[in-house]
Design a protein around this ligand. Structure first.
Ligand code: URA
Length: 217
């Protein structure tokens, strides 16, 4: 079963590598598909690959990834046992001099890329999906989600149980060391709370992505 899902994921990744459904591939080095075991219980979803991920072809390997790894380790989560991916598979950027600056993907780009994310979720079939930040949450829920008011809460979306927390990059943007320390602890607390949900029966949350008025996928 897992071998089949592993092979199917690898096939899906190969298909995604040829995706030209939106213009983002033009400025990116390559598609950055998700990685991790096909039988992972948790899938973490970020926004999109950054500069380092674009070059390496792997999700969360740059500065935000280092912080994410540290938070996972502090929360007692083994990264090699979880599946890590992004809502958008190409690095959206603007060239300023020699630097490629991150640009947030728009709703259309997120929706076009959603088929790859849903494909990954269908194959991994995790017990829990953790949305790291607003873009991932919006892709899953198909409507805008305010991370400040939704973090730490679980809801049903995309036929999965979804837990929302902040994006690790938001911690990197904090200027004060004390502010960063507090934010890091809150992030780790969220990760611990997410793990606590594993094995617990899902409450009868409303599937927010099935609500009328939600953006079409
Ligand atoms: N930020 C993301 O959202 N994803 C990555 O893979 C890296 C940085």
């Amino acid at each position: 079963m897992t071998t089949g899902a592993t092979e199917a994921l690898s096939k899906l990744g190969d298909e995604a590598r040829g995706c030209r459904a939106c213009p983002l591939w033009r400025k990116a080095t390559q598609t950055v598909f998700g990685e991790g075991p096909a039988d992972a219980k948790i899938v973490f979803v970020g926004e999109q690959p950054g500069d380092r991920e674009d070059i390496a072809g792997r999700p969360f390997v740059g500065p935000a990834g280092a912080l994410f790894d540290k938070a996972l380790a502090t929360a007692g989560i083994d990264r090699s046992k979880v599946y890590v991916t992004n809502a958008v598979k190409h690095f959206k950027n603007d060239l300023r001099g020699k630097r490629r600056l991150h640009k947030r993907p728009n709703v259309g780009e997120v929706n076009v890329c959603r088929r790859w994310l849903i494909g990954e979720l269908d194959l991994v079939a995790p017990q829990l999906v953790v949305a790291l930040g607003a873009t991932a949450a919006m892709s899953l829920a198909q409507r805008p989600i305010k991370v400040t008011s939704s973090r730490g809460a679980a809801f049903e979306a995309a036929r999965r149980r979804v837990f929302v927390t902040v994006h690790p990059s938001s911690l990197l943007r904090l200027r004060e060391e004390e502010e960063r320390r507090v934010a890091f602890e809150a992030f780790v607390d969220d990760l611990r709370a997410a793990v606590q949900l594993l094995g617990q029966p899902a409450a009868t949350h409303e599937d927010v992505s099935e609500r009328s008025g939600a953006a079409p996928s």
